[in-house]
Design a protein around this ligand. Sequence first.
Ligand SMILES: [Zn+2]
Length: 315
Amino acid sequence: MRDLIVGWPKAEVHLHLEGAVEIETLRELAACRGLPPPPADLYDYPDFGGFLKAFQMVCDYLAGPAEYETVTRKLFGRLQQQGVVYAEIYVAAGVLLWQRKPLEAIFDGIEAGYRRARADGGPEARWILDATRQFGAEAAMEMTRRAVPLRGRGVIGIGIGGDEERGAPELFREVYAYARAQGLRLTAHAGETAGPESIWGALRALGAERIGHGLAAAGDARLIEHLADKQVPVDICLSSNLRTGAVRAIEEHPLRGFLDAGLLVSLSTDDPAMFGTDLAGEYLLAHERLGLSIGELRRLAANSFRASFQGRRLE
Ligand SMILES: [Zn+2]
């Protein structure tokens, strides 16, 4: 079954570069710079807040362009093994700028890693710069201004992630309006740890073209109808939702209901190393634990291309 899934061409549209760094790689990077190794339990989290802390710690180990080149190259090797032919990958630019790291120089490192990976037959990719909600709108605007000159280098859009409770979508209205005017595509994590109002806000105040997670839509029939009508892509990341406690048990995950309601859903890993998963593993989980048929899994694989910003254009 795993071989069958790996054999299907797939896109991955919800994947954080930093969340794809294996602990083993962090150990190697730390040893190179004479730093203490990461704690062995770095990727065990009690809750969503614990996950965010671990994510920031991973960013601490990624000091500059050389580290980013290494982790980019390693990620693409794994994507290739999973049958991923196209990816839209988040870079935690909000965290980088918060840590006063040189975003443009780091992007040189990412590009160098990507070029090497492409030369080795790795998948095509675009980049999404992700702002961090709890750092506020001004920081997100600064990140977006810095994203604009990177458009010619594969940066396709912006997103917001982090703590939904500490950053309602409405706060970022002007940031998204500016990004849209600059030709950047728009996505937002929403309805992962907050309620349906967060998804409505992402759609109405921000004009988000894609929704990351969107779990809370399950409790709002009107929202489900809207998402189905407009075919707004919703990225589903099963292991992530389990590991952060966004859903209590896999059986409670709304994927099956979303699919039956006609939503444009696709599967992604979110932070594969931090959640101990890979893309084929996510498809297997949907099959074995949520009862999706092989035909439905193939539909999700086809949806992954429709969900991508290359597959859809702004109206
Ligand atoms: Zn995410």
